[in-house]
Design a protein around this ligand. Sequence first.
Ligand code: NAD
Ligand code: UDP
Length: 311
Amino acid sequence: MSRILVTGGAGFIGSHLCERLLNEGNEVVCLDNFFTGSKDNIIHLMDDKKFELIRHDIIEPILLEVDQIYNLASPASPIHYQYNPVKTTKTNVMGTINMLGLAKRVRARILQASTSEVYGDPTVHPQKEDYWGNVNPIGPRSCYDEGKRVAETLMMDYYRQNNVEIRILRIFNTYGPRMALNDGRVVSNFIVQALKGEDITVYGKGDQTRSFCYVSDLVDGLIRMMNQPDFIGPVNIGNPHEHTILEFAEKIIAMTDSKSRVSFKPLPQDDPKQRQPDITLAQEKLGWNPRVSIDEGLRLTIEYFKTKLKG
Ligand code: NAD
Ligand code: UDP
């Protein structure tokens, strides 16, 4: 049994991670400022004596006795990370420094939730970990993309300079239950629009691609990466099955039996054209493979949003 800190633990991915770590018999400290997270996501864990919730913003230092830290605190959806871009950079830079300082002080192992956004609008396809990326440093997505890139730099420098035990994991588009209704990312937007019979908002022509990973597969990758002995990463975790956004809209309309129609909206600036993880390294180093098919994952996610919309 370990005592494990999950920052951003009341968010979409963080809440699934907290749940899984508790089920495996660990003590879990969930830390969140509730910017995009919600108590609803973790309410079912509150009676567990091994679960503790702290309202805290990681841009402020904190001292806790823990063995492992999963650093997930950061808004992830473009509409939320662009709402207060300076704060997004602070969270990813000052917040990561604080968590690395904590890891150093209490000798905890720390895993950074990085992102496929470090590859920007990639000119290499699919993306391998040794690709350095194509990121606009001054655009509307930079607060997040560059924030996460600096977070990776900080992880590497604390490792080289202070021997902190680090793990860097680059998450590709992940979906599933507990995405917020107003999250703004494509999966929740399309499902909620389809269930309400509203137009499905496809940005641009919908010929851009993404590859979607179900949340339980991602959590499995996070835990494997944290607990293997010596590989620090970075490692890609995502589902290599790639879809165009238009194809994806049509799939969701069909799966929800919806009367919604596609309506085309302007493509946001710097929206990456294509994205697909090369997961060879995760397969080799972690024995990891995604297991949940897109049909099964979407079925579970659609069920979740149906219940949420009723309630
Ligand atoms: P989310 O918005 O649901 O969760 C983020 C959580 O962090 C929220 O609970 C939020 O309240 C909390 N948070 C934000 N700023 C904070 C701060 N300063 N102090 C404390 N808590 C703070 O998003 P998610 O999809 O669960 O993403 C979790 C992590 O995974 C993020 O770091 C994100 O960058 C990364 N990631 C996610 C995806 C994806 O597709 N879901 C892809 C790549 C990377
Ligand atoms: N997208 C869309 N309609 C929406 C939300 C997103 O067409 O209502 C597109 C968006 O332009 C992008 C893709 O879907 O090309 C994935 O967007 P998301 O915000 O989910 O993630 P990211 O761009 O960070 O991969």
